[in-house]
Design a protein around this ligand. Structure first.
Ligand SMILES: Cc1cc2nc3c(=O)[nH]c(=O)nc-3n(C[C@H](O)[C@H](O)[C@H](O)COP(=O)(O)OP(=O)(O)OC[C@H]3O[C@@H](n4cnc5c(N)ncnc54)[C@H](O)[C@@H]3O)c2cc1C
Length: 429
């Protein structure tokens, strides 16, 4: 019997250290430097390095990665518990070496990279020396990768890329981009795409614009590729394998977002409760009203349900070691995440009255964050479809007229069983 909801005491000690460290030394920096991805800013570099060194001393650097990649190999469940603390701060994931999009990019470089690609891009990425960008979405095709148009054409030993991509996180600070493009427009949809590593500054690669999204520290780049030439050894994974590489990456990314969302939901909930017990009303405090109590109760239940689903998914990833086997678990938390974040942030905001809707409190950012979580890494609708399809695969077709719970048939079966048993019992008398 291996159901255990306790965190092992040694790791809990580490989590306690993390909570205090983040609260006192990391979170305050969010307000002065809201874009910690800006490695070109010498003040950010100077502040970041000593914090990262402390994390390494605690053996918590990139804790989801195995020792061969410079981490302690704690896996996704321990990362989930860690992210429950880190998710409240913009800086914290970078201080602990597990920030998006680099964590997902490192994962696919580790899985699909050649030894040369790993030496050149993975190692400095894992060391926190450089940043990366994941480039998939196009202005005319996001949720549906079969509609992508950015094309790479072979030219001798090179590939030449043309097209447009957008909403690529932290593009402006990336040393290299992992770009998903069409390499064979005639192939069947899931074999049309391949992944390339394109170093920043490659001639023909231009950042047209950087979008700002409330609630997010980094900007989202709009990239244009005009005859961008890369050698064939910049292909990441085999030709036509882009979809498989993307699924490996996006599975991990979605879970990590959900883990960090648990932290933000908890923060909104804690603030709501603090307000409920503090705000004086005509009679007592706000939390004395039953309608407020209903909001607290609903929020607690939704938060705990979501948290357990996220932890169980992380546990299943560690157990199965294959994202394809946990597709429906990941889709389920992806669907649950925006709703739980939105509903609890909205109640917390409402209970704070006027100051709740101001930018001095984090609720407006949290509400927008919830909207983003319903879109980024694929919209809710697509994940509901995935979940339903995966679940339905586990059911066999039955009689289309008399479903399995049809009582007259069950009664008939029960009569047969009873007749047999009574006959047997009488025979034994
Ligand atoms: C903050 C942020 C960061 C991001 N970071 C990255 C990044 O680093 N790299 C990257 O490549 N992309 C990134 N994205 C882009 C993101 O992955 C896409 O926005 C997402 O895949 C949706 O694509 P889209 O925006 O084109 O929306 P669309 O595909 O146009 O979808 C719009 C709406 O259409 C509906 N819809 C779509 N498909 C279906 C369906 N099958 N059934 C029913 N309804 C449907 C849904 O309501 C959906 O919300 C980021 C986006 C944001 C907001």
């Amino acid at each position: 019997m291996a159901w255990d909801f306790d965190t092992d005491p040694e790791y809990q000690k580490k989590l306690d250290w993390v909570a205090e460290f983040v609260r006192n030394e990391v979170e305050p920096l969010d307000l002065l430097y809201p874009n910690p991805y800006d490695r070109d800013n010498p003040e950010i570099r100077a502040l970041m390095k000593p914090l990262q060194a402390k994390v390494k001393e605690q053996e918590l650097w990139a804790c989801h990665l195995g020792p061969e990649l410079g981490g302690p190999g704690y896996g996704q469940l321990k990362l989930a518990l860690l992210n429950e603390v880190l998710g409240t701060s913009l800086w914290a994931p970078l201080v602990f070496g597990c920030q998006a999009p680099d964590s997902g990019n490192a994962e696919i470089l580790a899985h699909f990279g050649t030894p040369e690609q790993k030496a050149k891009y993975l190692q400095p990425l894992l060391d926190g020396e450089i940043g990366s960008c994941y480039v998939m979405t196009e202005p005319t095709g996001g949720s549906d990768p079969t509609s992508f148009k950015t094309l790479a054409v072979r030219d001798g030993d090179d590939w030449v890329i043309n097209g447009e991509k957008w909403f690529n996180s932290a593009a402006e600070h990336a040393a290299f981009h992992i770009v998903m493009v069409v390499t064979d427009p005639e192939a069947e949809p899931h074999k049309r795409l391949s992944m390339f590593i394109v170093p920043a500054g490659t001639p023909g690669l231009e950042i047209v614009k950087n979008f700002a999204v409330p609630g997010f520290s980094e900007h989202e780049g709009h990239l244009r590729f005009t005859d961008v030439r890369v050698p064939s050894d910049h292909l990441l994974g085999a030709e036509g394998l882009g979809f498989v590489v993307a699924q490996t990456r996006l599975g991990g990314g979605r879970v990590h977002h959900a883990m960090r969302t648990v932290a933000l939901v908890r923060k909104a909930f804690d603030m709501m409760c603090e307000r409920a017990v503090s705000r004086p009303m005509r009679k007592g405090v706000l939390g004395g009203f039953q309608l407020t109590q209903e909001k607290i109760a609903d929020s607690w239940i939704e938060m705990e349900q979501f948290r357990l689903l996220v932890l169980r998914t992380a546990w299943r990833i560690d157990k199965e070691q294959d994202y394809r086997k946990v597709r429906h678990d990941i889709a389920a938390i992806k669907v649950a995440m925006p709703k739980v974040m939105h509903d609890i942030a909205q109640r917390a905001m409402h209970l704070h009255g006027a100051i709740g809707v101001s930018t001095d409190l984090p609720f407006t950012d949290m509400m927008n964050y919830a909207q983003v979580m319903a879109i980024a890494d694929g919209p809710t609708e697509v994940h509901k479809i995935t979940l339903a399809k995966e679940v339905l695969k586990t059911y066999a077709p039955a009689d289309p007229v008399y479903p399995s719970g049809y009582r007259p048939l069950l009664r008939e079966k029960a009569r047969e069983l009873v007749a047999q048993r009574l006959e047997h019992a009488v025979g034994n008398l």
